[in-house]
Structures are given as structure tokens and as C-alpha cells.
Design a protein around this ligand. Structure first.
Ligand code: PNW
Length: 493
């Protein structure tokens, strides 16, 4: 395994938290075990034909619900500092609200305790897309303001039960993604009267109220851990140096990151571009709500996989704004991965996996990306890259040798990404942590099990795990440049 050549001006600050991540529906399986209620993802994958490759589901997944002790032991053995996982809301509340399922509360308590016993810090996400089905059917899920109280009720139970055993909380994962996934397919869920093109903005509105409410709730309960939500998106590069492309890039930031980051980091309100472009229906925050929302993320948590070029629509901005069925709508910023001579010499490499065409290796851009976040949203508690990773098709991965699977493309992604973070840190950007996606191959949502993001290989017939070479490449960055001791080969007493 190649070792990073040490650059003496690079180092991760003391206390830098680094680790690996998973999410409940993608990893746990045990879909009907110990009182779990269904989530919208059970319906999507069981009832909507063709939603995943080969109609795969999360019924079994990595069997992580039963194998978490082994899985935590395997990452502790490599010295991993934190494990980030999500709690399944419909395990704690099988119907989303009402009756609490004690068995599930105890399950996650044991996951948390197992982490602590192995010297691995638990990082916990409350909502990673697996909405309890009942809440979707009852009132349209995130489209209704009723979700806010139900989310707070769920958050209160979780915060109260696990409290200060958890140093790091994330309320919601990537609202840009799950709110843009509204509208959900017709006929499977209760219809709503909100027009489809407006639905993402109602979802986002309720997410901001739920997140900020949970932040204040946690503080009132005496929770000391950091609290954030996980934002997401790639670095946005203007395709040309025209002013039209510069404006397109700004709209793209505003309609993606800014949608959630401006309210929480700047002023409690949406970016001006958002208010201008979708003013006819964008919900308003009251002044009291703006005050409540502003300042409710302790860290800028960003899932930052890749970069894209952006450019203004050819047909002009007016026709774009009018055409609500246009895929560019409403930001009217077109995207491309074209590597052209006008791109300033930056490297946006090809996507390795046809199932993830959005994911190009663009690690050269990461320092600029981190500077942009620091300069734009000025997060007092710094920036954490809470997901990054690369899908490498199985055929490219080399054979397992001495129990290690060689995945050269992903290895180079991690090596270059970690060096890019080190460069940004050496230039003064306050990066406080990072989480690699993912702890192991798992259910990649509608791409099923074919898309391989894991730092560990999983044989889905036998459930055997094997480390991939990229995992050692990742850990090696902290062995080489970390200030804290990396303690591998931990053996529990
Ligand atoms: C994340 N994009 O989703 C999710 O949080 C994970 O559950 C998922 O497995 C992982 O990334 C890999 O896809 C994303 O288009 C989906 O930029 C789309 C994008 C980014 C992240």
C-alpha cells in the first residue's frame, strides 16, 4: 500500500475528528425486527417497480442491525476516531409519533455504548431520509408544518436518552436531496394540494424550522455535543469568465447550499436570489422565526464529493424562469462536467462508475471549495466534510489478496482528498473533521447494491466483510499528519 510522502508543512489540528459513516436504511437491514415500523423507503423499494436496479430493497442490507459489534470492532482495529451512523425514526416511533418502542431505544444505546467501549466516538444523525411511512400518509411528511412537532418530539426522546454520550449530532442529512425528491412518485402516498414545483420549498421550510427547533431543544436539555445539519453539494466553477456564467454560479450556490446555509449561518432568511426567483410562493419566516433559525449550526457540516462547471442557459434567463418543468428551473444554472480549455486548467476527472455519473474526481478543487465556505458563511465552529467518497465499479476493483481488496481509483481519491484538506488547513481554513462515505458497501438508494462506496467490501450472500486498500490509504493520512495518536489493533478487554 503506497504511503503518502510526508510534507512537513501539513498537519491535522489536535482533536481533529475523522471517521467513517453509514445510514440506517442503507446498512441495517432487519426491516421488520424489534418493532420497527415502515418508512417511505420500504414502500419506494417494495412497491415502485424499477425504483432500484433489480428491485433490490433494504430488507437485509449489511445486516448491520445485528452485526454492529463486529462492524465497530473492525473500524476500531484500524484506529478510526469516530463512527457516524443514523437512527431510524420508525424504529423509535414505529408510527412516527405516539407509541415509543423501547427495544429500539435500547438497541441504539448499545450501539453508542459499543462505540465508547472500543474508543470510537459516536456521531449521530437523526434523519437520513427514512421518514416513518405513517407521517407521509397522515399529512404529507415534510410538506406539512405538522412534521415540525413530530420531529421535535422524536429529537427530545433521543437527546434525553443518549444525552452527553454523543459528542456530535446531525439533525437532518442533505435536505437539498430529500426535499428535491419531493414530489415522491404518484399513487403511493397521500396526494397533496401543493403544486409539484413548489414542494421542495415547503419541505425545506419545515426542515429549517425542525432543525433550528431541535437545536434549541438540545440546548435546553443540557446537551453539550455539537449540533449541525448536513448540507451538501459540489464546488461550482463558472464554465467561462462571462458575467452571465458568474451569475449562474451565484444562483447555483444560493439555490443549493445557500437555501439552508444562509438562514442558519447568516441571517435566518433565504438568499435574495431565492426570494427573487420563486417569490410567488416561497414561504416567509416571521421575524421571530428568523431569530430562532439564525446561529443554529455549531459546525458547517458539508457533504462535498465533487465539483461541476456551471453556465447560464442558452435560451436566456427569462424563458428559463417561466418554464417550471425545465430541469434547470428554478436556479437556471446549467451544469456540466466538460473538461475544456476554458476551465482554467483545473482537473475534473471522469466519473468512475456509470451508476454515479454525478461523481467526478475533482480533488484539486477542494481547497478552493473549503475557502469558499469559510469566506461565505464564516462558520465560527469551523467546517467538517461530513461525507466524501468515490464509487468504484466492482470490475475495476482488483482481487482480494491477504483479505484486502485493492481499489486503486478510490485509493487515489482519498489520498488526494486528504492532501487537499491539509492544503486548506495550511492556508488557514478551520477544518475540524471529516467522515468518509462509507464504512462498507451498502444500499446506494435507487442504485441498489451495484454502486460500491465502501471502504470495506461486503459479500451480500455471506455478509463477510473485507478491508479495501483505500481504507488503509485514508487511515494513513492521520497516521502521517495527525497530532493525535492513531490507536490501531485495539483489543477489547
Ligand atoms: C449522499 N450529489 O447523497 C447520501 O447522504 C448518502 O446516503 C449516499 O449514499 C451518498 O451520498 C453517496 O451517493 C448524495 O448529486 C446524493 O451531489 C447526491 C449527491 C451528493 C450526495
Amino acid at each position: 500500500i503506497p504511503m503518502a510522502s510526508k510534507n512537513s508543512s501539513w498537519s491535522f489540528p489536535k482533536g481533529f475528528w475523522w471517521g467513517v459513516a453509514s445510514a440506517a436504511y442503507q446498512a441495517e437491514g432487519a426491516a421488520k425486527a424489534e418493532g420497527r415500523g415502515p418508512s417511505i423507503w420500504d414502500v419506494l423499494l417494495h412497491r415502485v417497480t424499477g425504483y432500484t436496479v433489480a428491485n433490490q430493497t433494504g430488507d437485509i442490507a449489511d445486516n448491520h442491525y445485528y452485526m454492529y459489534k463486529q462492524d465497530i470492532a473492525r473500524i476500531a482495529a484500524l484506529g478510526v476516531k469516530t463512527y457516524s451512523f443514523s437512527i431510524s425514526w420508525s424504529r423509535i416511533f414505529p408510527f412516527g409519533n405516539g407509541q415509543i418502542n423501547q427495544e429500539a431505544l435500547e438497541h441504539y444505546d448499545d450501539v453508542i455504548n459499543t462505540c465508547i467501549e472500543y474508543g470510537v466516538e459516536p456521531s449521530v444523525t437523526l434523519f437520513h431520509w427514512d421518514l416513518p411511512l405513517n407521517l407521509q400518509n397522515l399529512y404529507g411528511g415534510w410538506l406539512s408544518s405538522e412534521i415540525v412537532d413530530d420531529f421535535l418530539n422524536y429529537a427530545k426522546v433521543v437527546f434525553s436518552y443518549y444525552g452527553n454520550k454523543v459528542p456530535r449530532w446531525f439533525t437532518v442529512n442533505e435536505p437539498i436531496v430529500f426535499c428535491d425528491d419531493y414530489p415522491l412518485p404518484d399513487n403511493y402516498f397521500t396526494n397533496t394540494s401543493i403544486p409539484k414545483y413548489q414542494q421542495p420549498y415547503w419541505c425545506g421550510h419545515h426542515v429549517l424550522l425542525a432543525h433550528s427547533g431541535a437545536y434549541h431543544l438540545a440546548r435546553s436539555l443540557g446537551i453539550n455535543g455539537t449540533i449541525s445539519f448536513k448540507n451538501n453539494g459540489g464546488y461550482k466553477i463558472p464554465l467561462t469568465n462571462s458575467s452571465a456564467d458568474a451569475r449562474a454560479v451565484q444562483r447555483a450556490w444560493d439555490f443549493n447550499e445557500g437555501w439552508f446555509a444562509n438562514p442558519t449561518f447568516i441571517n435566518g432568511d433565504y438568499p435574495t436570489n431565492l426570494k427573487d426567483f420563486v417569490s410567488d410562493f416561497l414561504p416567509d419566516f416571521t421575524d421571530a422565526e428568523k431569530q430562532m433559525i439564525n446561529g443554529t449550526a455549531d459546525v458547517f457540516a458539508h457533504d462535498a464529493y465533487t465539483s461541476q462547471f456551471y453556465f447560464a442557459p442558452d435560451a436566456g434567463i427569462d424563458s428559463c424562469v417561466q418554464n417550471k418543468s425545465n430541469p434547470l428551473w428554478p436556479s437556471c444554472a446549467n451544469t456540466s462536467y466538460t473538461y475544456s480549455s476554458s476551465d482554467g486548467g483545473w482537473n475534473v476527472g471522469p466519473a468512475a462508475d456509470p451508476l454515479s455519473p454525478w461523481l467526478h474526481k475533482a480533488t484539486d478543487w477542494v481547497p478552493a471549495f473549503l475557502h469558499y465556505i469559510a469566506d461565505t458563511w464564516k462558520p465560527a465552529g469551523g467546517i467538517a466534510v461530513t461525507e466524501f467518497g468515490f464509487a468504484e465499479p466492482f470490475e475495476v476493483q482488483k482481487t482480494i489478496k491477504a483479505d484486502i481488496l485493492f481499489d486503486p481509483i478510490r485509493s487515489s481519491y482519498y489520498k488526494d482528498y486528504m492532501e487537499a484538506i491539509l492544503i486548506a488547513i495550511s492556508e488557514g481554513v478551520n477544518v475540524v473533521g471529516c467522515l468518509a462515505w462509507s464504512i462498507f458497501d451498502n444500499l446506494e438508494w435507487s442504485d441498489g447494491y451495484q454502486d460500491k462506496f465502501g471502504l470495506q467490501y461486503v459479500n451480500f450472500t455471506t455478509q463477510e466483510r473485507a478491508y479495501k486498500a483505500s481504507f488503509f490509504e485514508y487511515v494513513n493520512a492521520f497516521v502521517t499528519y495527525g497530532q493525535d495518536e492513531v490507536v490501531p489493533h485495539y483489543v477489547p478487554s
